[in-house]
Structure formats: C-alpha cells, structure tokens
Design a protein around this ligand. Structure first.
Ligand SMILES: [Fe+2]
Length: 273
C-alpha cells in the first residue's frame, strides 16, 4: 500500500489496495494512522459491492445509521445521497457530518456510483489548518467555549417541506440540541481544530447572542479559505474516506440537472473534547 499526499494541508491518495479483500490488522493500522494524519483518503477504481463497503467500514468501528436519508434494500447502514433534475441537491453548506449527535461520526466512507463527468467535485477543509491560522486574540475568545449544534437547524429545509415535520418527527425527538467544544482535540493525534459548522452550529453558549452570531459568521467565512482545502474529482468507484473529527466538506454545485449518486457509510465516533 502506498499513501501519496494530494493537497497542501490535507488529503492523500491510497494506492495498491483492493477494498474487496479483507483488511488485515497491519493495513487497518496503516489506514487509521493515514486518516488521522491526512484527514481525508482517496481511493480510485474500487468496484466493490454493498457487502464490501460495509465490511471495510466495520473494521474502523461500529456503524451509525442516519435518521433522514434512504438506504438500499437490505442495507440500513448505507445512506444513499442522490440528486437529479427533479430532486436537486440541498447540501449546499460546508459542514462536519452529524454534529447534532452527542458523539458525531469518526468518519464517513463515500463511494461514487453515478458521476456527471468532470462535475460535482467535493471539497474538504482542515479544521486544524483553520485553527492554526486563526489570529491569537480570536483564538483566546474561543478557548474553553462550547457551541450548540442542532438537527432542527441543519434539516430546516426538509422540515419546511409539506409533511416534512411529520416525516422527521421521530428524528427531531431523538436529536435535541447538543453542545460541543468550539476547539476540539483530535483523540488520535492530540491536534486541535475549530469545531463549528454553518449547517448545524446555532450559537456559542454563554455569549451575547449578537456577538455569537457575528463571530460564527466571521468564522464560517474565514474557514472557507482555499488554503485550508483539498478538492476531489469523482469517478465511478472512487471512494473518499474522511476524518469527520477534523474536517468539513461540501460538494461543488455545478452538476444539476444531471444525476449524481453516492453511497455513504458512517462510523461511530466519540464525544468531542
Ligand atoms: Fe456531509
């Protein structure tokens, strides 16, 4: 196995591995280390099936299911993310997945199934790089703070659809707002990152509401700097495996009205500290 850095601050391509084969302990350890270090790993030409996808993901930890997305028949662990002419993608904001949970995912393994050629790239950003470059006085304002993250906030558009609030009533009841540290320490590396995102974070706790809104708006804009990012051009059977503890991501919305389909498996994470 060969791991080749692809972005300036994050991202690496993993070569010389077949994800249809069982992952031995040495390879698992190497991939876990690479994930923590490079934050997002890319694999090309992996013609796996649902069973391979699931078996690979399970090596990294228990699987999380998602309350709001469909799944393939017989595989409730696999989330289908599909958009087409009639159903445009609604994921338009930078985000860390599922920070509305007390224990947001460790990571996600996303596989390209239907790819409009040359379009619909995904971008990832390093929360480490964003924190490292933050001016010291801003960082001091954030040290020791907590922020609130909300399912209701993140899925507001789905909830606003006719019948949406009824469809997602159980998810709403199961996912009340949670609090996470604004500066999170990565459990494997000890590196620290800026753990707020515009999709799910609603406010900084114990801060004047106007100050909180202004500060978060500033941070979201600041974090979108290209020097914190890496981009990935999808092909069918490409896979991206990101560390959800240290990154945000967003698709580039240039493929509508084409159809684009991905399948995602999400691995349980620990409570952010
Ligand atoms: Fe996502």
């Amino acid at each position: 196995m060969e791991i080749v850095r692809s972005g300036a601050v994050l991202g690496a391509e993993v070569r010389g591995i077949d994800l249809r084969a069982p992952l031995d302990d040495a390879a698992l350890h190497q991939l876990e280390q690479a994930l923590s270090e490079h934050q997002v790993l890319f694999f090309r030409d992996q013609p796996i099936d649902h069973g391979h996808h699931l078996a690979f993901a399970r090596r990294f930890g228990p699987i999380q299911t998602h309350p709001a997305y469909p799944h393939p028949e017989g595989f409730p662990e696999i989330v289908v993310l599909e958009s087409d002419r009639e159903h445009p993608s609604r994921i338009e904001k930078w985000h860390t997945d599922m920070t509305f949970r007390p224990n947001p995912p460790l990571g996600s393994i996303l596989r390209g199934r239907i790819i409009p050629e040359g379009r619909g790239d995904t971008l990832w950003m390093s929360l480490f790089a964003a924190l490292d470059a933050l001016p010291a006085q801003l960082r001091e304002r954030l040290e020791g703070r907590f922020a609130e993250h909300s399912f209701e906030h993140g899925f507001g558009e789905s909830l606003a659809e006719p019948g949406g609030r009824e469809r997602l009533a159980q998810a709403l009841a199961d996912n009340p707002p949670v609090r996470h540290p604004v500066i999170r320490t990565h459990p494997a590396t000890g590196r620290r990152g800026l753990f707020v995102n515009s999709l799910f974070t609603t406010r900084i706790v114990d801060m004047d509401p106007t100050e909180s809104t202004d500060l978060l708006s500033f941070l979201y804009e600041y974090m979108e700097r290209p020097e914190f990012q890496v981009s990935f051009r999808w092909q069918i059977d490409s896979i991206a495996f990101w560390d959800n503890r240290s990154t945000q991501h967003v698709p580039v919305h240039d493929w509508w009205p084409a159809t684009r389909r991905h399948e995602r498996i999400t691995i349980d994470g620990d409570r952010p500290v």
